[in-house]
Design a protein. Structure first.
Length: 215
């Protein structure tokens, strides 16, 4: 009975989240966690809601608890990486992105964000190799073409950068590869490609996309 009540509360919290009521969702996740403090899904999804309210330090605590309860949960590792990234803890973010990719090698947002973090750390060659590996695995991943273009521009190869931007526009003509980033919505996550303060100087975009859990 307790388990059923927890699942009902988590599902209702998920609905509040999908409606943009992050504060309401957090209250329901807290109620679920009071009944079952070991529910990793509730911890992860509470962290996602906190992140959308800009409470990244609090989100980190939630993701760490979710990850400790389910070390094989790639979403908690990825979300923890995003939270570390946004708070400027780039080395820690890279470790989390790598762990997420170890568990889910085809998670392209993690690969893209890893490249952005590498670039912010001035590891441009590694970032470029990361973009190349991502695009070899998924040549239709438009944000990576755009981000690779920004990097090539910064490296002083505008002709190659222009090709990347053209590829991005071919894949998604409405993306505006050279324009301000746009919102992207998914079925189980809110995602947006937005310019992060610590990455503004590099001209790269982080693919903002926390992953909600749905056990």
């Amino acid at each position: 009975m307790v388990s059923d009540n927890v699942r009902q509360l988590v599902r209702e919290a998920d609905r509040r989240y999908d409606q943009g009521d992050f504060a309401g969702a957090i209250k329901l996740y807290d109620r679920a966690l009071k009944l079952d403090p070991d529910d990793s899904e509730a911890w992860n999804n509470k962290g996602v809601s906190l992140a959308h309210m800009g409470r990244h330090d609090d989100a980190i605590e939630c993701y760490e608890k979710a990850q400790a309860l389910r070390p094989g949960n790639w979403k908690a590792w990825y979300n923890l990486g995003l939270a570390y990234h946004r708070t400027g803890m780039l080395k820690e973010a890279l470790g989390c992105y790598d762990k997420s990719l170890e568990l889910k090698p085809d998670h392209f947002s993690a690969m893209d964000n890893k490249a952005v973090a590498l670039r912010a750390m001035h590891h441009d060659d590694e970032a470029l190799r990361c973009y190349d590996a991502l695009l070899a695995a998924n040549p239709f991943y438009e944000p990576a073409w755009r981000n690779k273009g920004h990097l090539l521009n910064a490296l002083g190869v505008p002709d190659e950068a222009r090709i990347c931007f053209e590829m991005a526009d071919m894949i998604n003509p409405h993306s505006g590869a050279l324009a301000p980033p746009r919102k992207v919505r998914g079925t189980r996550k809110r995602a947006a490609s937005v310019r992060n303060p610590e990455d503004a100087a590099t001209g790269a975009d982080i693919i903002e996309g926390e992953e909600k859990d749905d056990e």
